[in-house]
Ligand binder design. Structure first.
Ligand code: UDX
Length: 457
């Protein structure tokens, strides 16, 4: 009897774009659904699972082929070819997976799919399954692309500010790089604009944000699609201790350095500058050198993440001269690091996960945005949420070492630091409240679960 009941649980497939910054928030969402009693399965491509470290707890894992079962073959292709193949092969292999699940007594009720891949919604419709788009970028950025989709976005002249419905006043350099720099990457721009091609018909549009953080943009988007804020998707132990969650997301595509947490344990509270540029951004050699020497000049300890393929950009002299005050590693357990009492600030590229993690853990930021949504996120960090500063660039677009040193000082010492830390504490509280019992994100997740349960009955 009990077994029969278990088999009838709604079953949700969660399909992220196979990259770290997309897997993390969607896996966290899968964990929250699983905690509420749903059967959840994370769907990854065969190729990506070959470089996976870690475990996903109560969430199941299934693989589908995207035509690149060897990840190295994928790296040789253009982004256009990769996306086309993911759609053509992925549509077929996803449908086969859903049929297999049905035959094995675990029929799928809903696919939660990464919004940048609109085609899983077509697969869901063909097979009579519900579909929820999951936006991994902030709602403000999604709103900019949605304006572009609707034809209501005119890129403003360099140096000017402008106002779009549902958005704060933005300068041209605050827009996502694919919009602000004409011809920067038409393929990425098309991908991000086309995500809206069928989104208005999805059963849900879930955004990794929370109502207080992006009230205006969420409300504006909700006029056109079933938009629900369900974030922040960070490991629940930091938000909702009673869920007894993991300290990190669970799946890493690189192996974290084992020495980091011990090293942090030896440092004084708020004494360390944590520096990371996420999982996909490339830092130019000159910028990397300036960044390194900026940390060298700063009077604070630092923990710097530089992925192996970027390591050669770090000057040897810097490594030798700073070995007493800094640790340079290829990858670390970032949420656990940000939650450590030794961390005083985060020098970040402002990828959306990094930004939300810092907000949720109350860590002030020095924003050094590089591309994609990061300039817009940096604008919000500095001027709207006031939880950090944005480093200025010179005429060549480089943040120089003196500027890095100045910005670190501003968020770590003195009057401005007190103000920023106060804001960071306020936003941390609001982030936690969003996922508490009566919090708006928690309610939206509960409504999602309740609707699936009703469909099942
Ligand atoms: C990309 C884009 O750059 C970002 O702007 C977009 O919003 C999502 O996709 P990425 O550049 O990797 O992501 O940055 P980010 O969104 O910050 O995601 C990186 C993730 O890797 C974070 O969850 C972070 O905790 C994790 N991380 C990073 C680690 O676990 N260890 C590290 O050493 C560095």
């Amino acid at each position: 009897m009990k077994r029969e009941k278990m088999a009838c649980k709604p079953h949700v497939l969660v399909l992220p774009y196979p990259r770290q910054g997309h897997i993390n928030p969607m896996l966290q969402f899968a964990k929250l659904l699983s905690h509420r009693g749903l059967k959840t399965t994370l769907v990854l491509t065969v190729g990506i699972t070959k470089s996976m470290h870690g475990e996903v707890g109560s969430v199941g894992i299934e693989t589908i082929s995207d035509g690149y079962d060897d990840e190295h073959a994928r790296e040789k292709d253009t982004i256009e070819a990769i996306l086309q193949r993911l759609q053509s092969v992925g549509s077929r292999t996803l449908a086969e997976l859903i049929e297999r699940m049905k035959a094995s007594g675990h029929p799928v009720s809903c696919i939660v799919y990464d919004a940048i891949l609109p085609w899983p919604l077509d697969v869901a419709r063909d097979l009579g399954v519900l579909g929820a788009a999951f936006l991994t970028q902030p709602c403000i950025v999604d709103a900019v692309y949605y304006h572009a989709y609707r034809g209501s976005l005119a890129v403003p002249p360099v140096g000017s500010t402008f106002q779009l419905t549902g958005l704060p006043e933005l300068g041209d350099s605050d827009l996502p790089s694919f919009v602000s720099v004409p011809g920067y990457s038409p393929t990425h721009l098309k991908l991000l604009v086309n995500q809206f091609s069928n989104m208005e018909t999805a059963d849900w549009v879930l955004c990794n944000t929370f109502q207080e953080l992006e009230n205006e943009a969420i409300n504006w988007m909700a006029n056109y699609m079933p938009m629900k804020a369900i974030g922040p998707m960070v490991p629940s132990i930091y938000i909702n201790a009673h869920l007894d969650g993991d300290k990190n997301y669970g799946v890493d595509l690189w192996k974290a350095d084992g020495a980091v947490m011990n090293w942090l344990d030896k440092r004084e509270p708020h004494s360390v500058v944590y520096v990371s540029f996420g999982s996909i951004s490339k830092v130019g050699p000159e910028q990397m050198e300036e960044l390194a020497w900026g940390l060298g000049k700063s009077s604070h300890y630092f923990l710097l993440v530089v992925r192996t393929r970027e390591k050669d950009k770090i000057p040897m002299k810097f490594m030798e001269e700073t070995k007493e005050k800094g640790l340079v590693v290829p990858w670390c357990p970032q949420p656990e690091v940000l939650a450590h009492k030794a961390i005083g600030c985060f020098v970040t590229h402002c990828g959306w996960n990094s930004t939300l993690e810092a907000i949720s853990l109350g860590v002030p930021m020095v924003a050094v945005p590089l591309w994609t949504d990061q300039p817009t996120n940096a604008k919000c960090v500095k001027d709207i949420w006031r939880v950090g500063v944005r480093a200025g660039v010179d005429e060549n677009g480089i943040v120089r070492r003196d500027e890095i040193e100045r910005c670190i000082k501003m968020v770590m010492e003195g009057e401005k630091a007190i103000e920023i830390n106060g804001s960071a504490r306020k936003w941390r509280e609001l982030a936690m409240k969003a996922l508490m019992e009566d919090g708006p994100s928690n309610k939206n997740i509960n409504d999602f679960v309740a609707r699936l349960a009703t469909k099942k009955d």
